[in-house]
Write a protein that binds this ligand. Structure first.
Ligand code: NAD
Length: 299
């Protein structure tokens, strides 16, 4: 059985590692969080006491960490994993991090003869559990090809976006657009409701018209319009405002680096910052931006 090391068993990494086990890989897993590690063991992963122990004898290493500093801390430097990985190992970092951090990791790996790609995901926790994530890969074509069987066990789509860091660029372009159409959808729905329309009827009309978009059709932000989405469970679960803010920050940094104009992205980041001003909202699903437009009852 082929051995894969999985590092970072949080909301996304936990179910992704479980799907690798399901697909027949031997998964050696590590996370500093004991509950996350215990859950992974229950899902059939082999517990490791450290990242170094997890990668021993692994053909590939998959990481799913919260931010770029965690990724750099794990792989780079004198105590980093790149010091101990075998040259044939394939590193697949699925975390959402700055494209420049991904490029730094991939270059440092290359210097030691280790192949590495950035492979951030779209789809969220439900897709991670269902094994239907989309992977956006950056790196050498042969490394992306080698990663395909591993990624296919966790997702439905694997795209090769371009060279090192290109997966991260694709990811933040997508999420910047997602933020913009989510806010636009919330604003339009509220305008209709404030003028006497039923949000469900308005949604049906816009879905069949030129305003149709993913936020409206698959993730409607207005409570009660759609079953099974965060809006219908007080915006719990899903993709938090905090994570959206992280991705919009990465998008704005990237735009500054390339001197690109992203006025709607900048406005979206500002609105999410305003909305996420209190911790309660930061932990709510990002479709809760609808609440910014809703009038308090009785007004
Ligand atoms: P999370 O905070 O639930 O999980 C991160 C895990 O990494 C934690 O369990 C933490 O203990 C562990 N960790 C930290 N440092 C580690 C190390 N050195 N070695 C091993 N484990 C370590 O976060 P998440 O929601 O699973 O998100 C992970 C990544 O996926 C982020 O980069 C996020 O932006 C991205 N992402 C998340 C979603 C989502 O809906 N949650 C969707 C798409 C992408």
């Amino acid at each position: 059985m082929e051995k894969i090391a999985f590092l970072g068993l949080g909301n996304m990494g936990g179910p992704m590692a479980a799907n690798l086990v399901e697909a027949g890989f031997a998964v050696s897993a590590f996370d500093p969080s004991e509950p996350a590690l215990a859950q992974a063991a229950e899902n059939g992963c082999e517990r490791a006491d450290s990242a170094r122990q997890a990668v021993q004898g692994a053909r590939a290493v998959v990481s799913m960490l919260p931010h770029g500093d965690a990724v750099k801390g794990l792989y780079l430097g004198a105590r980093g994993l790149l010091q101990v990985l075998e040259p044939e190992t394939l590193v697949i970092d699925c975390s959402t991090i700055a494209a420049n951090d991904a490029r730094q990791l991939i270059a440092a790996a290359g210097e030691r003869g280790i192949r590495a790609i950035d492979a951030p995901v779209s789809g969220g926790t439900a897709a991670a559990a269902a094994g239907s994530l989309s992977f956006m890969c950056g790196g050498a074509a042969d490394a992306v090809e080698s990663a395909r069987p591993v990624l296919a066990a966790m997702g439905a789509n694997t795209f090769h976006a371009g060279p090192a860091g290109a997966g991260q660029v694709a990811k933040i372009c997508n999420n910047m657009l997602l933020a913009v159409h989510m806010i636009g959808t919330a604003e339009a729905l509220q305008l209709g409701v404030d003028n006497g329309l039923d949000p469900k009827v308005l949604s049906d009309i816009m879905k069949a018209s030129s305003g149709g978009n993913w936020s409206l059709e698959k993730y409607n932000p207005y409570p009660g319009v759609m079953d099974g989405v965060p809006a219908s469970r007080d915006y719990s679960g899903g993709f938090t405002v905090a994570l959206m803010l992280k991705d919009l920050g990465l998008a704005m940094d990237t735009a500054a680096g390339s001197a690109s104009s992203t006025p709607l992205g900048a406005l979206a980041k500002n609105l999410y910052q305003l909305h996420g001003g209190c911790e309660k909202n930061r932990q709510r699903d990002f479709s809760s931006i609808q609440n910014m437009f809703r009038r308090p009852a009785g007004e």
